[in-house]
Design a protein around this ligand. Structure first.
Ligand SMILES: Cc1cc2nc3c(=O)[nH]c(=O)nc-3n(C[C@H](O)[C@H](O)[C@H](O)COP(=O)(O)O)c2cc1C
Length: 223
């Protein structure tokens, strides 16, 4: 198969995950091309935060009520950011497209713009991957990034077949100690045990690549 891995990474963690996916798929005999998404103007992390901080109280509400969460993920305002020209603006020549970026509460702003601009995604199987600071919390981490990404992929005509989310054990906004505590309280495991180099990460990466190879999968599974 000819596979494209398109990735935005601000501090290098999602790029590392993209590289691991690429190595694994190449080792299975696939042709893999990478497309690096980058922003036109790099802003401070505080600037990124303030662009959506006003929505955070409603994120809190979404964690308490699943029906509100369902509505909110369809209604929230998704910030976007200008991206530079990249290698593959038309992906129609690929059999499968993997798209990844960091979680910035929801989809990262450059990936939101990428998903709007991308051409040739119609009826294409797509897999989404992401890194986030925290442990793989079902709603706060996985649903908050992959549900909006799924909607944005569908709007561009693509079909999301699988997702992969791992922790980077890093947060630029100095909040990592909260996530380390949450990881111990909820999972009784260190945050490190959810990174790409952990057994968890390796197992998820293998399952992700297995799914990419089984293109006939039609059910979306957020995992
Ligand atoms: C503006 C902003 C918002 C973020 N929001 C979250 C979040 O909601 N949950 C989380 O676990 N990490 C969050 N993070 C941390 C990043 O998702 C995490 O560090 C990620 O692994 C960085 O990936 P990168 O190195 O590819 O840029 C946020 C970081 C920034 C800068």
């Amino acid at each position: 198969m000819k596979i494209l891995i398109a990735c935005y990474s601000r501090t290098g963690f999602t790029e590392k995950l993209a590289e691991r996916i690429s190595q694994e798929l190449k080792s299975r005999g696939h042709i893999v091309k990478k497309d690096r998404i980058d922003v036109v103007n790099r802003k401070s992390c505080w600037n990124l935060l303030f662009r959506q901080i006003y929505q955070y109280p409603l994120v809190g509400l979404a964690l308490i009520s699943s029906s509100f969460c369902h509505w909110w993920l369809k209604s929230y305002h998704q910030p976007e950011e200008d991206i530079q020209l990249h290698d593959y603006s038309d992906v129609s020549g690929f059999d499968h497209v993997c798209i990844g970026g960091p979680k910035w509460c929801y989809t990262s702003y450059p990936i939101a713009r990428y998903l709007k601009q991308i051409n040739g995604l119609e009826h294409k199987p797509v897999s989404a991957f992401a890194t986030f600071g925290g442990p793989p919390l079902k709603v706060f981490e996985l649903e908050l990034i992959f549900t909006p990404m799924n909607r944005q992929i569908q709007k561009s005509g693509g079909k999301l077949v699988f997702t992969l989310g791992v922790s980077s054990n890093y947060h630029e906004l100095h909040l990592i100690w909260i996530f380390r505590l949450v990881s111990w309280i909820i999972f009784r495991r260190s945050l490190k045990s959810f990174t790409v180099d952990s057994d968890y990460g390796k197992q998820k990466l293998k399952a992700f690549c297995d799914k990419i190879e089984q293109e006939n999968v039609s059910v979306i599974k957020i995992d």
